[in-house]
Write a protein that binds this ligand. Structure first.
Ligand SMILES: Cc1ncc(COP(=O)(O)O)c(C=O)c1O
Length: 408
């Protein structure tokens, strides 16, 4: 991981953090680490200190930093063609769509860039489907979502957030959403009516602290939406692409949604790549001019996205997540009552509730940083663990050891 001298900054971490203050909007509160290089599961700061990355870009780095196959695909494409816009065809997009559709068992792909754009696109497609196919009267379509959701930061998406920090000061909000408690089929049953275009859910709520619904909930949502004649949109932007030990989190209940929202890891940690994947009966409602994106489906994104799909086609990463998930759960179980008051885990993904007497999530994150492990807190007293799926058992055990140490 030794970078050539000319790519190294001459400014210290402290200097760079100070320099950000007057020139960067303060919409984040990062840990005080300035990453300059990374490879696999490890990142290195400006001073050359190494850290194990136990966040992996909120699952955008499922394959680790700079996975050789992904870097090779990106380099090859950079040397040939990077952007065409969708005004023209490019020679990489068809294969990306074919392979992504095959991987997910669905028919069609709508390529976008960020996660929030995929969510926005899914909402638009669902509304269009409601008017064109279901026959909902104009401008009456509703979408049912879950409390504590996290689907992104656009004005429409924060319109149906229940996190006041995400909403306060950003109104007026987009109408047409109904919020029900997560993991509550009776509440969903009551909320869905003849105006409902779709139910939009995270199969596991990531930002909320890796909340895993009861067994049968996702299958119940599938049955309910089918029976009531509305769509099921699964936001797998964080839960998908190997993280939980399967390609998709909905597979744990053998559910196939009508639309799947993907992002984060789809870009291999290199470029923003997101997509709505769905049945032809749903995505087929879009006509030329009704939706688009200058960068969506660009050849560089398609090349990297295809290389990501190729990695997932091997099943290796899903297997690793499932196997190492046992190590993660075992390690966290051993910490129960010793600074950990509860945890939820599936595959290589966990939300760990810290005993408030031991410290806040932020404080634990800072202590772990000093031990060479990077994590992110959420909701005050919870930390999230989501290492690259390339992590070794030894590295994972090391991270759990560091957690044990800082909790002691
Ligand atoms: C489930 C889910 N949906 C959507 C998003 C938004 O993705 P992006 O930040 O790329 O817009 C996120 C980001 O954390 C997410 O976790």
């Amino acid at each position: 991981m030794t970078a050539p001298a000319q790519t190294r900054t001459t400014r210290s971490s402290a200097d760079l953090i100070r320099a950000e203050e007057p020139v960067l909007a303060h919409n984040y509160h990062p840990l005080p680490v300035v990453v300059a290089r990374a490879e696999g599961t490890w990142v290195e700061d400006v001073e050359g200190r190494r850290y194990l990355d136990m966040l992996a870009g909120y699952s955008a780095l499922n394959f680790g930093h700079r996975h050789p196959a992904l870097i090779e695909a990106a380099h090859a494409q950079l040397d040939r063609l990077t952007l065409t816009s969708r005004a023209f065809h490019n020679d990489r997009l068809a294969e990306f769509a074919e392979r992504l559709a095959a991987l997910t068992g669905l028919d069609m792909v709508l390529p976008m860039n960020t996660g929030a754009e995929a969510v926005e696109s899914g909402i638009k497609v669902a509304r269009k489907w409601a008017y064109d196919v279901k026959g909902v009267p104009a401008d009456r379509a509703t979408i049912v979502v879950a409390a504590e959701n996290f689907h992104g930061r656009t004005t429409t998406i924060v319109s149906f957030s229940t996190d006041e920090t995400a909403r306060q000061g950003f109104g007026p909000f987009t109408p047409g959403f109904r919020i029900v408690p997560y993991n509550d089929l009776a509440a969903l049953e009551a909320a869905v009516d003849e105006t409902t275009a779709a139910v939009l859910l995270e199969p596991i709520q990531g930002e909320a602290g890796v909340l895993i619904p009861d067994e049968g909930y996702l299958a119940g949502v599938r049955e309910l939406t089918r029976r009531k004649g509305c769509l099921f949109i699964a936001d797998e932007i964080q839960s998908g692409l190997g993280r939980t030990g399967r390609t998709l989190a909905v597979e744990h209940e053998s559910v196939v949604p009508d639309m799947l929202l993907l992002g984060k890891a789809l870009g291999g940690g290199i470029v923003p790549v997101s997509a709505v994947v769905g049945g032809r009966d749903v995505l087929g409602v879009l006509r030329p001019g009704e939706h688009g994106s200058t960068f969506g489906g660009n050849p560089l994104a398609a090349a990297v996205g295809t290389a990501v799909v190729e990695l997932l086609e091997t099943g290796e990463f899903q297997r690793r997540a499932a196997e190492l998930g046992v190590v993660l759960r075992g390690g966290l179980s051993a910490l129960l009552g010793r600074g950990v008051v509860g945890f939820r885990a599936r595959g290589l993904w966990a939300g760990v509730d810290i005993d408030p007497a031991v410290g806040t999530g932020r404080e634990i994150g800072e202590r772990l940083m000093r031990e060479g492990v990077l994590v992110k807190d959420t909701h005050g007293s919870t930390i999230r663990l989501a290492p690259p799926l390339t992590i070794t058992a030894e590295e994972l055990t090391g991270a759990l050891g560091a957690l044990e140490k800082v909790l002691a």
